[in-house]
Design a protein around this ligand. Structure first.
Ligand code: HEM
Length: 506
């Protein structure tokens, strides 16, 4: 009886209070609309639908093949339920265009990451940063140095590094994967901090930056730090001590790089660099000292590993697919000749070099599963609902192996990228550089680095498999995306007196 009385008095109170009544009505309508939407549009298919308990967790960085199997079984958009929330995996090109590109505004955010984002990076590492004012300031500052109109200025530097790459490989072919790393690191170091010496990979600053990348990758793995399961744990020092120490170490490393630029600016010959630009335009970009230090440091981190791994796969492909290599070399001989090395001016005339790079990036998609986005509102696609708050993965590995977009995806075919007149098909894309407003800001620089290094490599050498050790092309996880398993190759110079390769530019 008591509850009936309660109900009557509550109803009476609501009738008496029209404001409360309308708030309640509007709330109910909103909840019903929301439920209706979810009920009207089911989650995308997946192995967990109908399962009582969600799965424990999934390693977003190491699961490119696992996600591909899901796509093969459940279709272009599928869904996993884990304790930390819903994960939607997009594994085909068309679906990625329709969701990640066309609805990019709803996917600009990254999933919350307490260990890697908040504690290790103090929300200053752009790759894992949430969308907001700071993110916009960071992207704007990066754009000044990475936009298409800025990048031709780096051609001399890229060409000089490509030449050094050839000489390094000629002198010490077995360490070729170290040399491609040096190529990538030395270029980015110069771009970011104006460091113009030929860089040794044993340089303590470089080793330090590589350590930060590995730690970042460790901190991002689910289950590696319990704080990611519950925020409350982040108040208990035992759970966060290591992350705080790592943060202090990386911050002082990044600060020391920028401090060196500041010191150099007091001398008359300080070269231009992204770091110098940040310091000179501090007011204009509204970045404090630590933000500037992190922005420069993470540009270095994001750009060096991906470029080096791509070059490793380029060498691997040249050794494994001799017919494709031969086609490119015929083009190089015809357009460039063998007296002087290729330059950026040859770029338009060398569509097969560009096709070779594109096909390698498709064949072994260095971004692996890519970087997770988060849906900031419900997204409806083909009768399914990707719910607000879910983690959305555009799995580059399987998108690049989409049999509809790239028939016989396991085969290495330059023709995919060339029209009937052997010209590059300009608007064809694998989305390897990511999606929407989070697309890689370094893509124009990266494409140019890969073009000139590939043109030099295939111009200078006939690359083949080492007769004593065959190449295993299965990729392995890198600190960022995937990388080639260590392998040996044979390099036969195609150019007389290659060791005297002229240094024309840079
Ligand atoms: C082959 C080389 C490269 C590949 C494949 C690559 C790929 C990617 C991908 C897939 C993303 C994430 C996009 C997304 O979330 O949808 C990304 C982000 C990023 N990349 Fe690259 N990248 C490369 C080179 C570079 C270079 C050379 C730089 C800098 C000079 C750079 C700087 C960045 C930065 C700062 C971000 C974070 C952007 C954000 O979260 O808003 N990348 N890259």
């Amino acid at each position: 009886m008591a509850w009936a009385l309660d109900l009557t008095s509550t109803t009476f109170m609501l009738i008496q209070n029209p404001v409360l009544l309308s708030v309640l009505l509007i709330g109910t309508v909103l909840i019903l609309c929301r439920l209706g939407r979810r009920i009207g549009y089911p989650l995308p298919p997946g192995p967990d639908n109908g399962r009582l308990f969600p799965r424990k967790s999934i390693n977003l960085f190491k699961s490119w093949q696992e996600f591909e199997e899901l796509t093969d079984t459940y279709g272009p958009v599928c869904c996993l339920r884990t304790w930390s929330g819903t994960i939607v995996v997009i594994g085909r090109l068309q679906a990625a265009m329709e969701i990640m590109e066309s609805q990019g505004a709803s996917l600009v955010d990254r999933p919350k990451s307490i260990a890697a984002g908040e504690i290790l990076s103090h929300n200053m590492r752009i790759l894992v940063m949430s969308y907001g004012k700071r993110f916009q300031r960071f992207r704007k500052a990066l754009h000044t140095h990475l936009q298409p109109s800025a990048v031709p200025a780096y051609e001399p530097l890229q060409t000089r590094n490509a030449r050094e790459l050839i000489l390094d490989i000629l002198a010490d072919p077995d360490n070729h994967l170290e040399h491609v790393k040096r190529f990538a690191v030395s270029f980015i170091l110069c771009l970011t901090y104006g460091k113009r010496i030929s860089t040794s990979l044993k340089d303590p600053h470089i080793l330090g930056i590589q350590r930060t990348l590995q730690r970042m990758s460790m901190a991002s793995q689910p289950g590696a730090f319990f704080v990611d399961y519950h925020r409350l744990l982040s108040y208990i020092p035992a759970f966060t001590k290591k992350l705080h120490v790592w943060h202090q170490e990386e911050l002082s490393l990044y600060r020391s790089h920028l401090f060196a630029v500041e010191e150099a600016m007091k001398t008359p010959n300080c070269p231009p660099s992204f770091g110098r630009f940040l310091i000179e335009n501090k007011q204009c970009h509204g970045l404090n000292d630590d933000e500037m230090a992190y922005l420069a440091g993470s540009m270095f981190g994001a750009g060096s590993e991906t470029t080096a791994n791509s070059l490793g796969f380029i060498i691997m492909a040249a050794a494994c697919f001799p017919d494709a290599q031969k086609e490119v070399q015929e083009e190089l001989d015809r357009v460039v000749g063998r007296d002087l090395p290729p330059t950026f001016e040859h770029r338009k005339l060398l569509p097969k070099v560009s096709a070779f790079v594109l096909e390698v990036l498709r064949w072994r998609a260095v971004s692996g599963t890519g970087f997770a986005h988060v849906a900031t509102k419900d997204i409806v696609w083909n009768g399914y609902c990707i719910p607000e708050g879910s983690t959305v993965i555009g799995n580059h590995w399987s998108i690049c192996r989409d049999p509809e977009a790239f028939p016989d995806p396991g085969e290495f075919q330059l023709n995919r990228w060339l029209d009937k007149d052997d010209q590059l098909i300009e608007d064809k894309n694998t989305l390897l550089f990511g999606f929407g407003r989070r697309v890689c800001p370094g893509q124009y620089v990266a494409n140019r680095s890969l073009f000139i290094a590939t043109a030099f490599l295939l111009w200078a050498f006939q690359i083949s498999q080492n007769s004593k050790s065959s190449i295993d092309t299965t990729p392995i996880p890198g600190a960022v995306g995937i990388k080639p398993k260590p392998f040996l190759a044979q390099y036969e110079p195609r150019i007389d007196q290659l060791e005297e390769l002229p240094c024309q530019i840079g």
